[in-house]
Design a protein around this ligand. Sequence first.
Ligand SMILES: *[C@@H]1O[C@H](CO)[C@@H](O)[C@H](O)[C@H]1NC(C)=O
Ligand SMILES: *[C@@H]1O[C@H](CO)[C@@H](O)[C@H](O)[C@H]1NC(C)=O
Ligand SMILES: *[C@@H]1O[C@H](CO)[C@@H](O)[C@H](O)[C@H]1NC(C)=O
Ligand SMILES: *[C@@H]1O[C@H](CO)[C@@H](O)[C@H](O)[C@H]1NC(C)=O
Ligand SMILES: [Zn+2]
Length: 482
Amino acid sequence: MLLPLCFTVFCLIGVSPCAAAPPHGTTRFTSSRNKLLLISFDGFRWDYDRDVDTPNLDKMARDGVKAEYVTPPFLTITSPTHFTLLTGRYIENHGVIHNMWFNTTTQEKKQYYMTQFVDSYWDNGSLPIWITAQRQGLKAGSLHFPGTAATYKNETVKVRQVEPRFYDHSNETDWRLNIDKVIGEWFYEQDLDFVSLYFGEPDSTGHKYGPNSPERREMVKQVDRTVGYIRDKIQEHGLTNKLNIIITADHGMTTVQRGGTVNEIILSKIPGFSFKDIKFHLVDYGPTGMLLPKEGKLEKVYQALKKGHPHLHVYKKEEMPERLHYGNHPRLLPIILYADTGYVINGFLPVQFNKGEHGFDNQERDMKPFFRAVGPDFQKNLLFGDFETVNVYPLMCHLLGIKPEINDGHLDITKGMLDLKTNTNNNNGKQCSPKNYSKEVMIGLSAVVGFLALVFIVTMTHTMCKRRRRNQKTSVVNMEKL
Ligand SMILES: *[C@@H]1O[C@H](CO)[C@@H](O)[C@H](O)[C@H]1NC(C)=O
Ligand SMILES: *[C@@H]1O[C@H](CO)[C@@H](O)[C@H](O)[C@H]1NC(C)=O
Ligand SMILES: *[C@@H]1O[C@H](CO)[C@@H](O)[C@H](O)[C@H]1NC(C)=O
Ligand SMILES: *[C@@H]1O[C@H](CO)[C@@H](O)[C@H](O)[C@H]1NC(C)=O
Ligand SMILES: [Zn+2]
């Protein structure tokens, strides 16, 4: 009897977020929604804090959440994996399949930087979170994050900074100026709700000197100082209790095997294989490659390469292992190659000299990035298990209180890192779970009790007055009959 009444009252006073949430989450819950800063330190492998003192990252872990590691999508290179963070989609579903744009007819290729400006390459059916947030009334910004320069469905992220062509991605002074801009101007002065912020290190240092080098360890110290600087700036601007921070990366890094005993992969030396049979190729780019054989040559090329090298994996596009989610997009070429950890794929000659490389199978431990989060909506001092980075997007949408686009992630996988009270606050109605009701039930019950008390008092006063007027002598005794 009491229960239906409670629900009636819930509806009347509107305290149930599940029943009353707008179907598309377009209403802003200004009081409960905090701001969000997504930071990527390119190539920060999950275990880079193990051989370096990182006091600021350690403090952040005590104040928030530290995942053991996260699993990026394949292939584990910068633009594709960053676009997965922004869309929650696997690479074969968002279409940014490589750092390089290419045209198999004209043979034209664009490197990473110039590809940033090819709108049609990025805008291939998946909307990055900035655009979704803007469409739902939020203010978004992005600094240097891959994908920032492009226009999506005729819309760009409104507040943005794209790096100049030959930018030095490791200058710590510049890092601080960029942080001052994001925290002081964008979040504090312009009141943005969401910003993505990118740093090009420790990737460059990892490539150049290798992941086990003293140079890489020094760069991790620079990253750690930067994390301290960011949190201090946030504190200075009084944003600590209003701003959630997620810090992660796009991929890890591993040491390339070199030297006399190493059997390098050089395609032109593989018996039965010839570049004469190839119309277009994308090789000499770390451990992966793609080939478009000439008319009628696919089977010949495939058979030659298939048994060509013990550390080379060769697949027809449609036979790519399902788990890699990298076989089903029109931009992928008919033959896809990837090497075992430590090996890179050379075309005619060995032309790759990096000591560190990424791009390998995303199951390799060395390809896993780190993941940290802190802020008013996150639990404190929580060590979290590993998860795939497609799940960062639904988490971010939940934190921002926006309705996500179709994606390959699940909030269920990451919501355990949220503080319980805020776990219930945001407005995607479908995400309410039974335990979320408890607080609402208490509020509801209090309201019912208060309401009934009020009815009781009003009715009683009214009745007593009437009776007093009718018969001044029986008032007290008759109260029982109410
Ligand atoms: C590649 O170039 C050809 C010839 O100019 C053009 O028809 C085609 O649309 C281009 N493809 C892409 C993906 O830009
Ligand atoms: C994505 O790109 C492919 C190839 O470039 C094209 O065929 C397809 O129509 C694009 N899809 C969307 C939704 O833009
Ligand atoms: C794209 O946006 C511009 C202004 O932002 C507008 O003038 C133009 O009509 C839009 N085009 C389409 C196809 O929506
Ligand atoms: C680093 O950046 C600052 C600010 O842009 C600049 O003044 C300085 O010359 C740069 N340092 C180096 C070593 O390039
Ligand atoms: Zn990268």
